[in-house]
Design a protein around this ligand. Structure first.
Ligand code: ZN
Length: 344
């Protein structure tokens, strides 16, 4: 008797499942059949009223029918979920949350890149990308560093195939590619991984990150560059951040400057992180050298620009009070991070 009843209910369930078209309706169906007062669940509860002889025979059969009914339900539910996922992907909707575990957080490097990207996009910049295995031409020659230039000694390059292919030592290569392929005016930023043959220690790594910026317009000056830096420093570290600028030499700019930020670890007193000077170099910048523009076929009488390259890892370390660069690429992920930052 019980077995016939459950078989009938399973037939009804099959009919109901075939007409259902969304996950909300599945909830109702679950309550109807499998909830505490659901009809299939009630049959399970009736097993206990059977005589012990009948129980031995009937109970396993009912359990098997119950399992089959559950499988029918779950299969239909999975189909509807996949269907919803496909529709969301097709519509470019970002509502894919129901398969995402709610644990963990983005790596501090990713968070910092996204935070900077958001700021620069709000100021009208576009985000550009470029290859990590780069040609010598884009990493050096187009940036005013010919083959025999002494500036090459400043960077210990890792070559893939000498002399033409290397792992980029700086994201200025994206600057060179942008200048070669786009007509001014433009404002771009490009975050990326860079490589140099450095000994790994507390403040150096052979893999690190740059954040490049390039603005090419009809008229600009160092004032615009400093203004951009001031907005960036204050956004990242607050209004009280202490920054100084120094003259610097980089072949791709003239004049060249570099921002230093007061050391976050010792607040200017001097410590091992800032090598006793109280300041941390945060990047290099300057007015784009006319040779760089000319190599890209850009008329220097009409256009001029400024460029900057930030040592992104240092920005991340200062933001998250990380005192050893190796932490960023290591396995210990116990960083401090700001729960309330709304960065996605
Ligand atoms: Zn210090």
């Amino acid at each position: 008797m019980l077995e016939n009843n459950i078989k009938k209910l399973i037939e009804n369930l099959k009919n109901n499942l075939s007409t259902i078209s969304n996950l909300d309706e599945m909830d109702g169906l679950w309550k109807k059949y499998f909830g505490n007062k659901g009809s299939i669940k009630l049959i399970l509860k009736e097993i206990k009223d059977l005589s012990s002889e009948n129980k031995k025979i009937i109970a396993p059969l009912i359990q098997q029918h119950y399992k089959n009914a559950l499988d029918l339900f779950k299969n239909r539910e999975n189909l509807l979920k996949t269907d919803k996922l496909c529709k969301n992907l097709e519509s470019q909707s970002e509502d894919l949350d129901y398969f995402t575990p709610k644990i963990g957080h983005l790596h501090p490097i990713s968070r910092t890149i996204r935070e900077m990207n958001n700021l620069f996009v709000s100021m009208g910049f576009s985000i550009m990308d470029g290859p990590e295995i780069e040609k010598d031409e884009y990493c050096f020659q187009r940036l005013n560093v010919p083959l025999d230039h002494p500036a090459r000694d400043m960077q210990d390059t890792i070559y893939i195939k000498e002399p033409d292919y290397l792992l980029r030592t700086q994201t200025s290569s994206i600057e060179a590619r942008t200048l070669a392929n786009y007509k001014p005016p433009f404002k771009i930023v490009s975050p990326g991984r860079v490589y140099r043959n450095e000994t790994v220690n507390k403040s150096n790594h052979f893999i690190f990150h740059h954040y490049q910026g390039l603005v090419v317009v009809e008229k600009t000056s160092l004032k615009d560059l400093f203004g951009t830096f001031n907005v960036l420093f204050q956004k990242m570290y607050g209004q009280d951040v202490v920054v100084r600028y120094r003259n610097k030499y980089y072949p791709e700019v003239e004049p060249g400057v570099g921002p230093d930020m007061q050391c976050f670890n010792c607040h200017g007193k001097g410590c091992s992180l800032c090598k006793g000077v109280g300041w941390i170099e945060m990047g290099g910048a300057g007015i784009v050298h006319p040779n760089v523009m000319k190599k890209a076929g850009i008329d220097t009488k009409k256009w001029m620009g400024f460029a900057f390259g930030l040592g992104l890892d240092r920005w991340v370390m200062a933001k998250y009070k990380i005192t050893d660069i190796r932490t960023l690429l290591g396995g210990n992920l116990g960083y401090k991070y700001y729960e309330n930052e709304n960065i996605i």
